[in-house]
Design a protein around this ligand. Structure first.
Ligand SMILES: Cc1ncc(COP(=O)(O)O)c(C=O)c1O
Length: 409
């Protein structure tokens, strides 16, 4: 069978580090009581008020083709939200409604990259990034970050990567998988490199409502950046609407016009009743967003209490998003080996850092997606497991330092 090389090579080959996830799912299917802290899916459902709006719309007849760029009402609601939250005047014409953030990421690379262009992205990264870039015909180029620098990209690393020429730079704050929120110097370095090397900035802000200290800053608002930034938004995380597939791109009007042409030949828009539900949800304002974020805020506080000063497990600064990242190198294990041993010994499933790129080797990502009591119990048992491993590594190696050959940072 002849398959295009673009599709055949899209995933890059090699192990994707998701074995732990599939093993946990299989154990659960066999009836074993596994605590799953793997994927970014809320433990609550879409709010009933949003579902009622969806139902009203569908029964009211909004089940035919919907406007490809998005309904007037939803584009206006998104533009209002962006204007209000960022202080940067944004019009409905700056908005394209998409079936989720993932489709927006693909479209953003399609509109900014020619085939063969280098497209930069920060490592560790959301697992679909390299494949999405390849699917758009571009060449993914990671910008390495270091755990010791809280996985914030440095000006030097950004400059190094951009030096060889590139069409775009993809950043994500609050970050999946690290839970880190980029600070002002990082955002300024990102803007500076984008301007100096004439890059499009693709700013993935799907976790913008999950910032635990201070507030979210969109790099689009920095001087000279609005004309070169495409913001990826989504209601998956902010409104627990993962299955509704609703998101957007905000950017310059001329780019949005090209993206509308792309949508016409790909998605042909988003179902009208989903868009009406989204318009309703955005109309409910910050109160609803805070309600959806509240469980993660509580669990982040639990993580700080349980792991804040742990001698073996190092908790990275959990600034935002629904994850915490743990440095477990003091156990002498890779993230993958640790995650597998935790699943076998404690029936707790976490994601190996290696699933999210080389920079996160020796770490595990913990999704805060189970009830508070189970979450606290899982972290306590994870920490005890790590202590036992570190003690036995110390017995055999005569040291409790990081594993030999563990990646830098
Ligand atoms: C950083 C990041 N970007 C984009 C997405 C895509 O989300 P969706 O397509 O559901 O909007 C996710 C989902 O987990 C994510 O973590």
């Amino acid at each position: 069978m002849r398959i295009s090389s673009r599709i055949e090579n899209m995933l890059g080959g090699g192990s994707d580090g998701w074995d732990v996830f599939y093993r946990a799912r299989a154990m659960r299917a066999r009836g074993e009581p596994v605590i799953e802290l793997t994927i970014g899916e809320h433990d609550i459902r879409t709010d009933p008020s949003i579902l009622a709006a969806m139902d009203r719309s569908a029964r009211g007849g909004h089940t035919g083709y919907a406007a490809v760029p998005g309904t007037e009402a939803l584009r206006a609601a998104i533009a209002d939200r962006v204007t209000r939250r960022t202080g940067l005047a944004t019009a409905p014409e700056n908005v394209l409604v998409t079936p989720g953030g993932q489709a927006a990421l693909f479209a953003a690379h399609m509109v900014t990259c020619n085939p063969g262009d280098r497209a930069l992205f920060v490592d560790p990264y959301y697992a679909t990034y390299p494949g999405t870039i390849r699917a758009a015909g571009a060449v993914p180029v990671p910008v390495a970050t270091r755990s010791s620098h809280a996985f914030q990209p440095t000006p030097e690393a950004l400059e190094d990567a951009a030096h060889g020429g590139a069409a775009s730079l993809l950043v994500n704050t609050p970050n999946n998988p690290t839970g880190v929120v980029y600070d002002a110097p990082t955002l300024e370095a990102i803007a500076a490199v984008a301007k100096r090397h004439d890059l499009w900035l693709i700013s993935d802000e799907v976790y913008d409502t999950q910032v635990w200290d201070g507030r979210h800053v969109s790099p689009r608002t920095l001087p000279g950046m609005a004309e070169r930034t495409l913001v990826i938004g989504s209601m998956s995380k902010s409104h627990a609407m993962t299955g509704s597939r609703i998101g957007w791109i905000v950017g310059p009007v001329e780019v949005i016009d090209h993206l509308i042409n792309l949508a016409t030949v790909t998605t042909y828009g988003v179902p009208g009743f989903i868009q009406d539900a989204a318009t309703f949800a955005l109309g409910a304002g910050a109160a609803l967003e805070d309600k959806v974020a509240a469980p993660f805020r509580r669990r982040r506080a639990l993580a700080l209490r349980i792991l804040g000063n742990h001698p073996v497990v190092r908790l990275l600064p959990p600034g935002g998003a629904m994850y915490v990242m743990l440095d477990i190198r003091a156990t002498g294990m890779s993230g993958e080996a640790f995650a597998n041993s935790l699943l076998d010994a404690e029936r707790i499933a976490v994601m190996p850092g290696e699933s999210f790129g080389r920079a996160a080797a020796g770490h595990v990502r913990v999704a805060m997606t189970v009830d508070d009591a189970s979450f606290a119990d899982a972290l306590t048992r994870l920490a005890a497991h790590a202590e036992r491993l570190a003690a036995s590594a110390g017995d055999t190696a005569g040291s409790r330092g990081p594993a030999a050959g563990a990646p830098g940072g």
